[in-house]
Design a protein around this ligand. Sequence first.
Ligand SMILES: NC(=O)c1ccc[n+]([C@@H]2O[C@H](COP(=O)([O-])OP(=O)(O)OC[C@H]3O[C@@H](n4cnc5c(N)ncnc54)[C@H](O)[C@@H]3O)[C@@H](O)[C@H]2O)c1
Length: 275
Amino acid sequence: MATGRTHRPATRSRGIPEATVARLPLYLRALTALSERSVPTVSSEELAAAAGVNSAKLRKDFSYLGSYGTRGVGYDVEYLVYQISRELGLTQDWPVVIVGIGNLGAALANYGGFASRGFRVAALIDADPALTGRTVAGIAVQHTDELEKIIDDNGVSIGVIATPAGAAQQVCERLVAAGVTSILNFAPTVLSVPDGVDVRKVDLSIELQILAFHEQRKASEENPGAGIDGSLPAAEEPPVVAKRAARNQAPAAGAERPASPDQGPDGDVPAVMPA
Ligand SMILES: NC(=O)c1ccc[n+]([C@@H]2O[C@H](COP(=O)([O-])OP(=O)(O)OC[C@H]3O[C@@H](n4cnc5c(N)ncnc54)[C@H](O)[C@@H]3O)[C@@H](O)[C@H]2O)c1
């Protein structure tokens, strides 16, 4: 796979901006919680607070869905759940394969939240022959030799990679060649994929590094004269942190986007934005 995919256009089909698409799962999660409590309607302010998004942005996002709510009443929770689910393609069943059934792959397989959101774990695949046939989350692990056949038999278009970093590109290429067009990558490496293939990357250590940055900033705001250990001015600390971060991070490239709505293409930060 020679070329890395760069950025997708800022809008998808039907003119919904990528940043709005990235926030839809946040709204859906908040709405689902309301639905489970049998709450019939919700105001934009309440929903925005529950989703961690600015309410003006929420109203703008919902206008792309053609949903404007009713003045004085708010939005119909059940209808919005349906509308957003439909927009995200969640009203249909998505068979997913997980490749790499170690600690993380097994944990993902056991996570019940996929099925409840329309993602059916169709197969678990691992290169270790010792795992073949072993049952994880009620599913027998299959060997990577079967990967192409599994994808084909199950009509899989979404693959999850939970292998070591060194194996991820090769696994990605086999998935794509077999017909997978969306990849959720947990391995700490940047994947190169051809045009038309979407890659989302999950990296909890990057999230922690961002939190560490904010912690450091809070500490320096509380005590402007001192650094983290009190010995150096805060301004002299970043090179150490930067070097540490650089060691831990894959090289920058345009091939992937973080699987977090926090950094939309318009650079906004909905998940942590104050309402
Ligand atoms: N994104 C995150 O936040 C996050 C969190 C934890 C772990 N990870 C990453 O997830 C990956 C898995 O971590 P883990 O702790 O489960 O590791 P693990 O060693 O427990 O499991 C890795 C599995 O991948 C299998 N494997 C190796 N090469 C393969 C190949 N070519 N094809 C198919 N399967 C193959 C191994 O047999 C093993 O079962 C690592 O890359 C790790 O860095 C990411």
